[in-house]
Design a protein around this ligand. Structure first.
Ligand code: SF4
Ligand code: SF4
Ligand code: FES
Length: 243
């Protein structure tokens, strides 16, 4: 088995090592450094949307500020995670986020931790911080490609194409990953709704216990994708386990 190639560098003066190709943010977090971050998740690729994970990287005598979640680690770099310049930039970003999503508890908490409790910017009041985690999990993990970024500037948002959620299998992955909890899932009777995308699907009822357990559309989608037997999901996972 080939050995992993390691690179060695410094974070706030501490010698650290990491596998070549790793991004700086997860490495720094593993070493216990506290770097705020809102659009990073280990299950999906880095995107660099929130810019809160700013650090300063010095290489060959030149220092620049960069987002650590999108910076691949290198030998001989020196990283600073908490300078005056970083704190100033972060506070500005958090003021903008507070204006956008003042009701989101996570934003209030992260802003407060950075000493930001008020914003000088005009309130927008949208709980979505445009972190793109929902879009990435849907495309990269679920592979349903049901939602994407649409429009630009002030009108930018995540939505199903042409507001038609026909590709959404209502699996709920985006609901779980959304950091501000603005994608709600409701289950009433034998229907599941992903409220933000206006997608309602009938649930499959277990042929053994009779309880609805997952959207039929989702189950058929998995059966097709994984070439499973057509009756694979006739019985819910709980009943299946009990034999
Ligand atoms: S619920 Fe719909 S939009 Fe969300 S991850 Fe699943 S398929 Fe994608
Ligand atoms: S809906 Fe949630 S996960 Fe999707 S971009 Fe907005 S804040 Fe991020
Ligand atoms: S976590 Fe790096 S830009 Fe959001």
């Amino acid at each position: 088995m080939s050995e992993k190639e390691l690179v060695r560098f410094k974070i706030d003066g501490l010698e650290v090592e990491a596998e070549r190709g790793s991004m700086l943010l997860p490495v720094a977090l593993d070493y216990g450094f506290e770097i705020p971050h809102l659009c990073h998740h280990e299950a999906v690729s880095p995107y660099g949307a929130c810019r809160l994970c700013l650090v300063e990287v010095t290489k060959n005598g030149r220092t620049r500020m960069t987002t650590s979640c999108t910076y691949p680690v290198e030998d001989v770099i020196e990283v600073s995670t908490d300078t005056d310049q970083i704190r100033r930039a972060r506070r500005l970003l958090l003021e903008l986020l507070l204006a956008r999503s003042s009701r989101a508890e996570l934003i209030q908490r992260v802003a407060k931790e950075a000493g930001v409790t008020e914003t000088r910017f005009k309130a927008v009041d949208d709980d979505c911080i445009l972190c793109g985690l929902c879009e990435r999990v849907c495309r990269e993990v679920v592979e349903a490609n049901a939602i994407s970024f649409v429009n630009r500037g002030d009108r930018k948002e995540v939505a199903p194409p042409f507001w038609d959620p026909m590709a959404c299998i209502a699996c709920g992955a985006c609901v779980y990953i959304c950091p501000t909890d603005c994608i709600k899932m409701e289950e009433k009777g034998d229907e599941r709704t992903i409220v933000r995308w206006k997608r309602t699907l009938k649930m499959q009822k277990c042929k053994s216990c009779g309880k609805p357990f997952a959207p039929l559309f989702q189950l058929n989608w998995i059966i097709d994708k994984a070439s499973l037997p057509k009756d694979f999901y006739d019985v819910c996972p709980v009943c299946k386990q009990m034999g």
